[in-house]
Design a protein around this ligand. Structure first.
Ligand SMILES: [Zn+2]
Length: 480
């Protein structure tokens, strides 16, 4: 069933592009202006800044939306000069004027003003005029450079600071007339009609989900963010790690089912019953999603009983499950080596554990918490022991739980579902930033590069901007 995987892996870049499109587009645009500044508003900003109103030289870049940035900031000129030869007659041209566009940028440690200088040349002979176009900016009418936007995104999604209270944003707001309008909440997601799982080829995905609090009462059920993680680092696989976050307005089983359409492989998850139909769906094409579950979840059940009741059976179960983590010596080994260790060491331990649990269940009340924990484990035994036979699988779903952790920190600070669109934007931002973190020691440098390039990047080649294609990714690191 997984025979086509080599081909799939080589096509990672191609097939994954939609994932990047849906993640990167709203994110790069996340801080875009809430509404394009109306002419009157721009005029007011000009008047307030004490500058004169000029006719914009380019319809895409009305200079009226900007005001001069503080003179005390270090400034760097980037000159965009046209050819010195007249495009009409070929004679030498002379400079007659120049346009300057100031952008506020952030380089880790300090702000700087980037002055885009565009001299206008006139031909000495035929008087033709020439001037270079202004390069595309991350925010068309804004004053924010790629480095500043990357810094604000990282402050919010990595450091969990509300974007509007981050020190960089606060200072930028004091200096830039356009900063107050960089509020998240405006960009419309470019949603791809094709399910992302078709474009994130993986033979195994870790999945988990987390609640997103509702901002206003009466908005209905708790919203969810789902996490789908591809991580082959523990067995030295070649596919780069990637994580996709998806939003849904509730926790119905139809969401993972739709999100995983076209996925064919192992699905490692906790015991959430909503995944059940995926494992059984006979009408599904392709039909083969194989359940792998998580020993850490089983262990947690026995641990909770052990600390509250100190039951000897729970204690012994904990001890026996702990012994399975011979696993730790299998990190970075090949799938075949991992499988051999598991077969020779873990298999006999697990067989004994099954006997022990069955014998214990016969001796205790069927209604006890301990009996429930034993039944939870024994009813999932095939999925719990599947990792013994395949060295590409993991003993636990901890990788997905690590990917969920930033959401818990975000919830404390800024993350809530004010609207479904907001939930989808948060999912896209986490997808981009957490995938960058998995691949690069410096996600801010990566984001800066992407934000800088995405406006002019051909949409059909957006996969080139993925962390592992852009040339900034670090060598594959072992899973923590
Ligand atoms: Zn000329």
């Amino acid at each position: 069933m997984r025979s086509g995987l080599v081909g799939q892996r080589t096509a990672v870049g191609n097939q994954i592009r939609g994932f990047f499109l849906s993640a990167a587009s709203p994110c790069a645009k996340e801080l875009e202006t809430e509404t394009p500044p109306a002419a009157s508003e721009a005029t007011a900003a000009q008047a307030e800044a004490g500058t004169t109103l000029e006719q914009p030289s380019s319809p895409q870049l009305p200079k009226s939306a900007r005001r001069a940035l503080p003179a005390h900031l270090p400034a760097r000129d980037v000159v965009h000069a046209p050819s010195c030869a007249c495009p009409v007659c070929g004679r030498e041209m002379r400079k007659v004027s120049e346009d300057v566009t100031e952008i506020l940028d952030y380089i880790p440690g300090h702000f700087e003003v980037v002055r885009h200088v565009r001299p206008a040349f006139s031909c000495r002979r035929c008087e033709s005029m020439a001037q270079s176009h202004m390069p595309s900016l991350p925010i068309e009418r804004g004053q924010a450079g790629a480095g500043l936007l990357a810094h604000i995104l990282v402050s919010k999604y990595c450091d969990h600071v509300r974007s509007t209270t981050s020190p960089a944003f606060t200072r930028a707001k004091a200096w830039s007339s356009t900063a107050p309008r960089w509020r998240p909440g405006s960009a419309k997601s470019r949603r791809s009609p094709r399910p992302w799982s078709k474009r994130l080829p993986a033979e195994k995905l870790h999945v988990d989900d987390a609640p997103v609090p509702v901002w206003a009462p009466g908005m209905g059920k708790t919203k969810r963010l789902w996490v789908y993680l591809r991580d082959e680092r523990p067995f030295g696989g070649r596919a780069p790690p990637a994580v996709v976050y998806r939003y849904s307005p509730d926790r119905k089983a139809e969401h993972p089912r739709a999100q995983l359409a076209h996925f064919d492989g192992f699905l490692q998850a906790d015991g959430y019953s909503g995944f059940g139909p995926l494992y059984q769906a006979a009408d599904r094409q392709p039909p083969s999603v194989t359940e792998v579950t998580c020993w850490a979840h089983v262990r947690r059940y026995f641990y909770d009983i052990h600390v509250t009741t100190n039951a000897p059976i729970a204690g012994e179960a904990l001890q026996r499950i702990g012994n399975l983590y011979v696993e730790r010596t299998a990190i970075k080994l090949s799938p075949e080596q991992r499988q051999r260790i598991r077969q020779s060491v873990a298999r006999p331990l697990i067989d004994d554990l099954a006997t022990f649990l069955d014998a214990s269940l016969a001796m205790i009340s069927g209604r006890s918490e301990l009996a429930k924990a034993i039944r939870y484990a024994r009813s999932r035994w095939a999925a719990l022991t599947r990792y013994l036979d395949d060295g590409t699988l993991e003993i636990s779903n901890n990788a997905a739980e690590r990917a969920i952790r930033p959401l818990a920190l975000g919830r404390k600070n800024y993350l809530f579902a004010g609207s479904d669109a907001g939930g989808e934007r948060a999912a896209a931002a986490y997808t981009l930033i957490e995938t960058a973190k998995l691949n690069s020691p410096d996600p801010q440098a990566y984001l800066r590069e992407v934000i800088d390039r995405i406006a002019d990047h051909p949409i059909n080649r957006v996969a080139e901007l993925l962390p592992w294609n852009i040339g900034l990714a670090s060598p594959i690191r072992a899973a923590a």
